[in-house]
Write a protein that binds this ligand. Structure first.
Ligand code: NAD
Ligand code: MG
Length: 386
């Protein structure tokens, strides 16, 4: 097999680590171009050395001296800052894994899209914020957008060999998160430590909080809307606490195709890395007899209103999804810093959405401006009342 080149944006995170674990196991099949991180210079340098990357980039310029020092004596380039991150992504690779958390990943992901390769997309916030701006760029530059998010990867697999025109409905499964069975009174007192303890998946802090509020499913609803053009009325959400069925596609003849697998992101990442072929993973196959039961229930949008907000946001369209995402990023950070309570996260997103709207974005710069403005508004609304 000839080797393929790969760039991992967000190499030090949870998805980055799962990706590099797979690359490590198939080392001779891959050549690493760029690895990026926010500020963890030592960790990034160790990965860049191990994988003999061409370039390592920290987005936080203050981390550059440490990165330089950790890469001394190697031929690996060290760089820092937003522009350097975009430049590294624009070097192009056969596969770019977009695994930065938040809208911060949008510009480098767009730079990779403009090179026309395969984009293995984990960074859902980028697609939610940019929407048509991103999908139009994918079409224009002939890039291939492969979803890594487990639900969307499942749907992508269930659509293979079928015509999307025959899809009756797409159902995203949701674990329901750690607070699935909590009352509203309990939710008011939920702490950051409780929120990041996901029952089935091990993930970064931000997406773990999003899973607890169900905003993750809201973002995924919008992500699905852009990836699979069946129309918002054909997109459903169902709670499936075991996280074994990763999502389903129902066809007009009454057939429903589902993708099942262990709750390990290396499975969907491997699917995207090897597509349209398959590759080995170290994940133990499902033992359905041991799992015993797969259960399903309707989501409760009274306790978890985030999916209702997301559905409304995608129907309104324009700048609304980007505003919703930005407000959520600010609220989640405030919750993780113990500045606001758990139920205030989604309330504050709703408050920002009620402020009125920016015009629909038509280019990357518009999306970035909408995101920046929404962050300012979200922070203002979060200020304690004096
Ligand atoms: P994480 O917090 O573990 O890692 C985030 C990565 O992005 C790190 O490498 C970090 O250094 C980098 N980063 C953080 N802030 C940055 C910034 N401002 N600029 C540049 N780089 C920055 O997050 P994660 O759990 O790996 O999630 C990454 C993305 O994948 C998110 O969009 C998340 O929603 C999505 N995702 C994650 C999982 C999962 O299981 N972890 C599953 C599905 C989708
Ligand atoms: Mg997911």
């Amino acid at each position: 097999m000839t080797s393929r080149s790969i760039t991992v944006l967000g190499a030090t995170g949870s998805i980055g680590a799962s990706t590099l674990d797979l690359i490590r196991r198939h080392r001779d099949e891959w050549r690493v171009v760029a690895l990026t991180a926010h500020s963890s210079a030592a960790e990034l340098a160790a990965l860049a050395r191990e994988f003999q990357a061409e370039i390592a980039v920290v987005s936080d310029e203050a981390a550059l001296p440490a990165l330089r020092e950790a890469l001394a004596g190697t031929t690996i380039e060290a760089a820092a800052g937003a522009a350097a991150q975009i430049e590294a992504a624009a070097r192009g690779a056969d596969v770019t894994v977009a695994a930065i958390v938040g809208c911060a990943g949008l510009a480098p992901t767009m730079a990779a899209i403009e090179q026309g390769g395969v984009i293995a997309l984990a960074n859902k916030e980028a697609l939610v914020s940019a929407g048509d701006v991103m999908t139009a760029a994918v079409a224009r530059y002939g890039a291939t957008l492969l979803p890594v998010d487990s639900e969307h990867n499942a749907i992508f697999q269930c659509l293979q060999g079928n015509d999307i025109a025959h899809v009756h409905a797409i159902t995203l499964t949701a674990s329901g998160g750690p607070f699935r069975d909590w009352s509203l009174e309990q939710l008011e007192k939920a702490t950051p430590a409780e929120a990041v303890k996901h029952p089935n998946w091990s993930m970064g802090a931000k997406i773990s909080v999003d899973s607890a509020t169900m905003m993750n499913k809201g973002l995924e609803f919008i992500e699905a809307y852009h990836l699979f053009p069946v129309g918002v009325e054909r997109l459903r959400i169902i709670v499936h606490p075991q996280s074994i069925v990763h999502s389903m596609v129902e066809y007009r003849d009454g057939s429903t195709l589902a993708q099942l697998g262990p709750s390990d992101m290396r499975v969907p990442i491997a699917s995207a890395l090897a597509w349209p072929a398959r590759m080995d993973t170290p994940c133990a196959p499902l033992d359905l007899a041991a799992i015993g039961q797969l259960t399903f229930r309707a989501p409760d949008e009274t306790r978890f209103p985030a999916t209702r907000l997301a559905r409304a946001a995608v129907i309104e369209g324009g700048a609304v999804p980007a505003v919703m995402n930005a407000a959520n990023e600010i609220a989640v950070a405030a919750f993780l810093n113990s500045q606001i309570g758990f139920t205030r996260i989604v309330q504050s997103v709703e408050n920002v959405l009620s402020l009125g709207l920016a015009p629909a974005p038509t280019c990357l710069e518009d999306v970035i401006a909408i995101d920046a403005e929404a962050r300012i508004r979200a922070r203002e609304l979060m200020e304690p009342v004096r």
